[in-house]
Design a binder for this molecule. Structure first.
Ligand code: EPZ
Length: 427
């Protein structure tokens, strides 16, 4: 792929209105759930990002057809006959593991390559397997491929997840909808994307209750009673939070539209604690700031705790706040790589295991920097907007995974930003 870089000029501000796209971390699973519909499911508000393209490839490899019409996907899974998801696709995007649950729910078996880790952590799937085994699934690993079978069918169960894993909750949910009997998932993940998935499964004929809370209950139904549906993806709370941080950095006012403010309660609470004014409406959030940024302590936790996917963005805010902020990353074991890049721009961050001690500085300096994961990449671009001078952000493939038209949206908010081939940037 020809390398490109983002060049952004600093000492700038962000203000105005921006519409967020549909949630990446919901749409990917909604696409997987379409496997259970055995016909044409229509998904609206699907973001135009590379992860969605890869999930489309995964579904097509299984025998589905995926037609994109703008932000709408028409996914026909009537002819899905394979239950094999090869390493070449899973290695491109570990979220492909989300087809495991629906493949088992539809075929009672699945062969899915084990996902690797990534920059932010090992990303194990042990809890996925424990939960699915409780439903009667048996697993073998053959040369890196997870082979799932249900020799005695699937039966309802009562599972207590040792950690509210988003992926484990989703895979269990998508398998349990056709397991015979009642299933309870205790200590389930509560993220809004889980509720979005459950709403779609119910629209397909499933019987799920309690999604969005830590106790989800499912009454199994026959596969034949599940049918396709039409569903609109919820707004992306992490994209929204990223733009709100951009408004908080430079004072705004900046309004994000197409998002339920209830998805961002903790982030809004922290923005207010840092001295921002935040107003909310049915489907919008506005941030502005006239006071200097105040330091704040943050603990990332499963929802409704502070989202780990906004940790890098808030570290940037803390880097320009008065006094000292302590940021503790409790969800992933290695999600502070952003700090090293931010320090190259003049931030003062001390890392101590899961804690980042951030001492505010008056000004950051533009510099060439590299994205390490999609949230860090997005935050580095925001850093370039407020830093002194020019910043070049490399490895845009990370940003393209999860942010639709990030450069265009930032430019519409006043950023002096462009995306050029790396060769041009070197001149
Ligand atoms: C989802 O990842 C999101 N990805 C992540 O967003 C998000 O950070 C994460 O949830 C937490 O909110 C998608 O939805 C595609 P987990 P997931 O299972 O499902 C450990 C982004 O930036 N764990 O809740 O993988 C795991 O290693 C991405 O959009 C096990 O040990 O998250 C991690 O440390 C990054 N065993 C922690 O739990 C398991 O079986 C949270 O993982 C499962 C998870």
């Amino acid at each position: 792929m020809n390398q490109e870089v983002i060049i952004v000029r600093g000492n700038n501000t962000l203000a105005g209105d921006v519409a967020v796209s549909g949630a990446k971390n919901s749409a990917l699973k909604l696409m997987a759930a379409a496997i259970l519909g055995q016909g044409t499911t229509v998904l609206h508000n699907v973001p135009l990002i590379s992860d969605i393209e890869i999930m489309s490839e995964v579904l097509e490899r299984l025998g589905a057809t995926v037609v994109r019409e703008g932000h709408t996907l028409r996914i026909d899974t009537a002819n899905v006959s394979s239950f094999e998801t090869p390493y070449e696709l899973v290695s491109k995007m570990r979220a492909s593991i989300s087809v495991l649950g629906p493949l088992i729910g539809r075929f009672g078996q699945a062969h899915v390559a084990m996902p690797g880790g990534c920059q932010i952590g090992a990303r194990k799937i042990d809890m996925h397997l424990v939960g699915l085994e409780a439903l009667g699934v048996e697993f073998e690993v053959d040369h890196g491929v997870l082979q799932a079978t249900t020799p005695h069918g699937m039966h309802g169960t009562h599972v207590y997840l040792e950690f509210p894993s988003v992926g484990a909750t989703e895979n269990m949910l998508m398998a349990a909808v056709t397991a015979e009997g009642h299933t309870a998932i205790e200590n389930a993940a509560c993220e809004p994307e889980i509720e979005d998935l459950a709403n779609m499964l119910n629209a397909m004929g499933a019987k799920v209750s309690g999604a969005g809370t830590s106790l989800i209950e499912i009454e199994g139904v026959p596969l034949s009673s599940l049918h396709p549906c039409e569903h609109t993806t919820v707004g992306d709370r992490i994209e929204a939070g990223t733009f709100l941080v951009g408004g908080a950095l430079t004072g705004g006012p900046l309004t994000v539209r197409g998002i339920d403010p209830a998805f961002l309660r903790m982030a809004i609470m922290k923005l207010r604690a840092m001295g921002c004014d935040v107003e909310t409406g049915d489907d919008w959030v506005r941030v502005s700031r006239t006071e200097p940024l105040s330091s704040v302590d943050i603990q990332t936790l499963p929802h409704p705790g502070f989202p780990t996917d906004l940790q890098a963005q808030f570290m940037l805010l803390a880097a320009l706040a008065d006094d000292v902020s302590v940021i503790t990353e409790n969800v992933f074991e290695n999600r502070f790589m952003f700090a090293a890049e931010l320090m190259r721009m003049g931030a003062d961050v001390t890392l101590d295991d899961h804690h980042a001690i951030v001492r505010g500085v008056d000004q950051l300096e533009g510099a060439p920097v590299s994205s390490t994961d999609l949230r860090a990449g997005a935050a580095l671009v925001l850093a370039g907007i407020v830093a002194d001078g020019e910043t070049q952000v490399h490895h845009l493939e990370h940003i393209d995974r999860g942010y639709e038209d990030y450069v265009g949206k930032l430019a519409s908010l006043g950023a002096d930003i462009r995306r050029v081939p790396a060769a041009d940037a070197a001149r």
